[in-house]
Ligand binder design. Structure first.
Ligand SMILES: NC(=O)c1ccc[n+]([C@@H]2O[C@H](COP(=O)([O-])OP(=O)(O)OC[C@H]3O[C@@H](n4cnc5c(N)ncnc54)[C@H](OP(=O)(O)O)[C@@H]3O)[C@@H](O)[C@H]2O)c1
Length: 257
């Protein structure tokens, strides 16, 4: 695979898909040097599994406090990242943290809309912008010319639920109005960023993880988080310049916007 990174930052890393991504990257055969596992409340009960994982891999996994809706928290995280990755920069940022409310246009309040937008779209926007110096450092430090996750990349975890083409099929059974709208914004952000940062050789893509068993996906979901993470890692590490700005499923196949 062309794109195994040396440094990776994952948001929402304390449970669900984020935790599985950290686990498999820490325990996999790849030579990842720095796994920066970010979560809102590192000392809280929902972060125990992540802390245990970090204790098992102290050379690789660093748990960093990060609330993606809080700019101060993002700035402190960026300083921490800089002190850890140094001159090698940050190869891969995975914007995974998100919230979902089961609302409709009728039931969603302006506060619900703002909360979804703040976490699912503005959070990735602010974090990506703040970490850009570290991503640029990684792009410049890379010895390869082609774009990949081993050079510099931002993977936004999006959703098929925010595919505008497909919304008429699933909206009735799974409305999640504020979530769909905010993730569609994240999708657009990704396409624009892919254009903006092409010259800087930073790759951007949206990946849909599948319907995954987690607090968000629920027990009826069709895939374990471990299987989704396994597939996503394979897709991420296989990305090339051709997929810059793409929306892909967990097998790397393009999805309709
Ligand atoms: N599960 C599915 O079927 C499915 C399908 C399509 C897409 N996705 C996407 O996959 C990603 C992971 O979802 P999941 O299923 O793992 O969800 P999950 O189990 O609900 O986990 C969500 C994660 O996001 C974190 N988070 C929420 N708000 C945050 C904030 N303000 N700052 C930092 N972290 C925050 C949570 O941390 P706390 O513990 O602090 O709350 C938690 O770690 C999301 O982007 C989701 O939209 C999931």
């Amino acid at each position: 695979m062309p794109g195994i990174p040396l440094s990776v930052l994952i948001t929402g890393a304390n449970r669900g898909l984020g935790l599985e991504l950290v686990r498999q990257m820490a325990e996999g055969p790849s030579p990842i040097r720095h796994l920066l596992a970010c979560c809102r409340d590192p000392d809280g009960p929902n972060s125990q599994a992540l802390q245990d994982l970090a204790k098992r891999h102290p050379e690789v996994v660093t748990v960093i406090p990060l609330d993606v809706t809080d700019l101060g928290s993002i700035l402190r995280c960026s300083q921490w990242v800089g002190s850890l990755v140094g001159a090698g920069g940050l190869n891969l940022l995975i914007n995974n943290a998100a919230i979902l409310t089961k609302d409709t246009m009728q039931t969603a309040s302006p506060q619900d809309m703002l909360a979804a937008f703040n976490t699912n779209a503005l959070g990735p926007f602010n974090l990506t912008k703040t970490l850009l110096p570290h991503l640029r450092t990684a792009a410049a430090a890379s010895e390869t010319a082609a774009m990949s996750c081993s050079k510099a990349a931002v993977i936004n975890i999006g959703s098929f639920m925010s595919s505008i083409n497909r919304t008429s099929q699933g909206y009735g059974s799974q409305p999640a109005f504020s979530y769909r709208v905010s993730k569609a914004a994240l999708h657009m952000l990704t396409v624009c960023a892919a254009r903006d940062f092409r010259q800087s050789e930073i790759l951007f893509a949206v990946l849909h993880p599948g319907w995954v068993k987690s607090a968000m996906g629920g027990e009826r979901a069709v895939m374990e988080a471990s299987e989704s993470a396994r597939r996503l890692i394979h897709v991420m590490f296989s990305l090339t310049e051709e997929q810059n700005g793409a929306f892909l499923n967990n097998e790397g196949a393009p999805l309709p916007w």
